[in-house]
Write a protein of this length. Structure first.
Length: 272
């Protein structure tokens, strides 16, 4: 009866103290993923859930102020930094593409992670012997880091440049930088930090693109050369026939800001 040598005996026979590639490929025996690891993880998850539920019941959080759907206090809700990449995905996939960002992409990622123990049979822990896994993991981290960086950068630019371009008097030829400063000072809560009604005012292209669905107007909200016929100007001046005046639930923006937006549209709503 043949006796299979142990790993220690094999290393001693080679004199190198390291396993060869052939030895690395030999199956290793231990606890299987199913049912040991699966039920073990399920047990600890259940125990954690029970502990959290018990703490929530025995130490309830105090009730705060009533809900303010019109946001009279002008609070700018922002997700924690580790959720920013998810909100950036929602900004990329809007309108009819929203299901891609909310269902398709998370579903694919979940299936890939769920099937990882079944299709990843490489026992080696060396990065050099796992080039595909290392590349995919590194690429995923870089993509998530970039999606997290974009909203942080945009917020910093808006906060840093909003006050600098904000006019204190009516200008006959305001630039888009002046108009963007007005948006940053008055529209951040709904149309810059988040997207409300499908209208984004964070850059010139989105301003001219207009509503993408979910609001009273779909399509352009600015008609270059025609302020009175532009829905954006109607909303900020309170003359709109559909929808609510803007900012939502608050007073109209100052006459100086309204007149500067009027002049900018009258001059052709140019990106200069």
């Amino acid at each position: 009866m043949a006796v299979t040598p142990t790993r220690r005996e094999e290393r001693a026979a080679t004199g190198t103290g390291q396993t060869t590639l052939q030895q690395e490929r030999q199956p290793r025996y231990g606890l299987p993923f199913f049912p040991s690891a699966l039920f073990g993880s399920a047990f600890f998850i259940l125990a954690t859930a029970i502990a959290l539920f018990t703490l929530a019941v025995t130490n309830p959080a105090p009730l705060q102020n009533p809900a303010d759907p019109l946001n009279h206090e002008h609070i700018n809700p922002r997700p924690e930094w580790y959720f920013l990449f998810l909100f950036q995905i929602l900004k990329i996939f809007q309108g009819p593409l929203e299901l891609i960002g909310t269902l398709v992409i998370p579903g694919i990622i979940g299936l890939v992670l769920l099937g990882l123990p079944f299709y990843d049979r490489n026992w080696s822990r060396r990065a050099a012997r796992r080039p595909v896994a290392v590349f995919l993991a590194s690429a995923t981290i870089l993509v998530l880091a970039y999606l997290t960086y974009i909203p942080i950068r945009d917020t910093a630019l808006l906060q840093g440049g909003g006050g600098a371009g904000l006019l204190t008097a009516v200008s006959p030829n305001p630039s888009f930088a002046n108009i963007q400063a007005i948006f940053s000072a008055n529209c951040t809560q709904c149309h810059i930090a988040i997207t409300s009604g499908g209208l984004r005012l964070d850059n010139y292209a989105n301003v001219m693109k207009g509503g993408t669905g979910g609001g009273p107007v779909t399509g352009p909200v600015i008609k270059p050369g025609n302020p009175e016929g532009s829905y954006l100007y109607q909303a900020i001046s309170g003359t709109q026939k559909v929808g609510a005046s803007m900012p939502l639930g608050g007073p109209l923006i100052s006459k100086v800001d309204r007149q500067n937006i009027y002049n900018w549209i009258k001059n052709g709503a140019k990106n200069q």
